[in-house]
Design a protein around this ligand. Structure first.
Ligand code: ADP
Ligand code: ZN
Length: 530
């Protein structure tokens, strides 16, 4: 049944205040809620912390029947339900953590219409006959949380989610809304198609945090580098992330010797200590808190002026979330990440300990992605937004690359070697093979193509292979070359690639690339390979 006029946004706003205690809607919430209340399907992509839950909780309170939320986060369901119940919403959940007695009790309450908001895990829904049972209830609205799990293009595909495809057929008149924090156009199209949404309102909130300035710095003497930054920002408060508990404690101790009021936080502390340090920080009783990534959920502080990463973040997602804790009040804030060669080696070591091969592959790909982010000379903001499927033209004027802060080193000659190898093989091979040619690897593929006879073969043998990989990554990042996804990812030249090859344009790499790949580019090479 479609809701009547009484379900207006005016009433929604009253509920926002009386039930949730907030004065105004955030960007996009009003639009999404109005559409849901009018019975329209909705697709929403919003960054984490953007306020997605409210978009289905307010309709849940207002609809006459039951709102069903499908969520894969079983571990969080109980907290979400407890939180809703504490606000006076009749909420409950059904997942594999419950005993059969509890489940029977919830079924009984559902049939007595005593529940407004019900969280269900997708694996429940996949059980035979479950949808038929749901049909015996008076359901007003379905919300699909973490909807990207539906798509094989997403980073977190879950086969159980495919059973959600049957919701529309089982409930042809009930509106559906899908929510996700990461969605490329491909994922969005999949979600809309698989859920069989009808003319959905699509709302994509921007992931751009304009108030944040991003910078990656070369790591040398990390403790004094961190201290120096903080001393320049006295009177301001910030977070320093370190990768290990030991480094967290070491850093906090060092900062204290420098007269900085530093606290620390990691999962090895007792619950009381953690709560105490978090409280002191939230109440401006310290300059800075040094923490592992375990510190995050409890941050209730809008005036964080900087987030420092003393080590390379694990992945782009984490980096975005962690830096996102700065500048919640909308005022300009700095995000500085220190990065050195040791960071990559250390994370590779951890990745090697992962037993599940699929998980290991994923971790490797995530690491490569953030290493690329930190090294290539491409607007940091553009890279972050593109990671989340949002286009950005670059030149944001608020990152080290755009502001020309980071030191660059010319490597035109090295780029020309790669380009020359590509030209001599008619742009018909992938990055790995082109690198093998320049580096002079003795592989089956080189021999079968007679590529050892090329003039470019092994012109770059005096540099490590990973240097060449770094150069190619940088060339891809700067769109000198690209991987043709329609032709087996073979490496192709762009117009500016041709200019570099002809010596009409120079090519630069970042200091970070030089430091982590351990080479000084462009020395002692003539151009006889061309
Ligand atoms: P998401 O699910 O998108 O990650 P949440 O729904 O958990 O985000 O919301 C993040 C935080 O923002 C929560 O603490 C929530 O209470 C708060 N919040 C949501 N909407 C509003 C609003 N309109 N005004 C103030 N705070 C809000
Ligand atoms: Zn930029």
């Amino acid at each position: 049944q479609l809701p009547g006029n009484s379900l207006s946004i005016v009433r929604a706003k009253k509920i926002l205040k009386t039930v949730f205690g907030y004065d105004s809607f955030r960007d996009n919430q009003k639009e999404v809620i109005s559409a849901i209340l009018s019975g329209r399907d909705v697709f929403t992509s919003m960054p984490t912390g953007g306020g997605k839950s409210l978009c289905y909780q307010i309709p849940a309170v207002m609809f006459e029947g039951l709102t069903v939320v499908i969520s894969p986060l079983i571990a969080l369901m109980k907290d979400q339900v407890d939180d809703a119940v504490s606000k006076g919403i009749a909420a409950s959940f059904l997942n594999s953590s419950l005993e059969s007695k509890e489940i029977t009790e919830i079924y009984a309450r559902l049939h007595r219409n005593e529940i407004k908001l019900l969280y269900i895990s997708p694996e429940r829904l996949a059980i035979d006959g479950y949808l038929q049972w749901l049909q015996t209830l008076n359901i007003s609205f379905f919300a699909i949380d973490e909807a990207h799990c539906l798509s094989e293009w997403g980073h977190d595909f879950r086969p159980d989610y495919l059973s959600l495809a049957q919701i529309r057929d089982a409930f042809p008149t009930v509106p559906l809304a899908g929510f996700t924090a990461t969605a490329t156009q491909q994922v969005q199209d999949d979600i809309i198609r698989i859920l069989k949404m009808r003319d959905p309102l699509t709302v994509r909130a921007s992931f751009n945090r304009k108030e944040l300035y991003y910078e990656v710095r070369q790591k040398t003497e990390i403790l004094s580098q961190i201290a120096d930054f903080i001393k320049l920002h006295s009177e301001e408060s910030g977070i320093v992330y370190r990768i290990s508990r030991k480094d967290v404690e070491k850093t906090a101790a060092y900062l204290k010797t420098q007269g900085i009021k530093a606290l620390y936080y990691h999962a090895g502390l007792s619950r009381e200590e953690r709560a105490k340090n978090q409280d002191l920080f939230n109440n401006d009783k310290a300059d800075v808190i040094v923490a592992t990534i375990a510190f995050g959920m409890g941050i209730d502080k809008s005036n964080i002026r900087y987030v420092i990463h003393g080590d390379l973040s694990k992945n782009m997602e984490g980096y975005y979330q962690e830096t996102g804790r700065a500048g919640r009040d909308g005022l300009a804030s700095d995000c500085i990440m220190f990065f050195g060669a040791g960071d990559v080696a250390r994370q590779q070591y951890f990745i090697e300990q992962i037993e599940d091969p699929a998980e290991q592959e994923k971790a490797k790909a995530s690491l490569n992605r953030i290493v690329r982010f930190a090294t290539v000379q491409v607007c940091r903001r553009k890279q972050i937004l593109e990671y989340f499927g949002e286009a950005h033209e670059g030149n944001c004027k608020s990152c080290d690359v755009c502001n020309n802060v980071s030191k660059k080193v010319e490597a035109t000659q090295d780029a020309r070697m790669i380009l020359s190898a590509m030209a001599r093989t008619n742009e018909g091979f992938g990055a790995g093979h082109i690198i093998d040619i320049v580096w002079g690897a003795d592989t089956e593929k080189v021999r079968s193509n007679n590529h050892q006879a090329l003039k470019t073969f092994s012109v770059g043998k005096d540099k490590p292979k990973k240097w060449w990989r770094g150069i190619v990554e940088e060339m891809i990042g700067q769109q000198i070359v690209y991987q043709d996804s329609e032709r087996f990812n073979i490496l192709r030249m762009t117009a500016s690639g041709r200019k570099v090859l002809l010596g009409q344009e120079l090519f630069y790499v970042s200091e970070a690339t030089v430091a982590t790949k351990k080479e000084i580019p462009g020395k002692n090479h003539g151009s006889d390979f061309l």
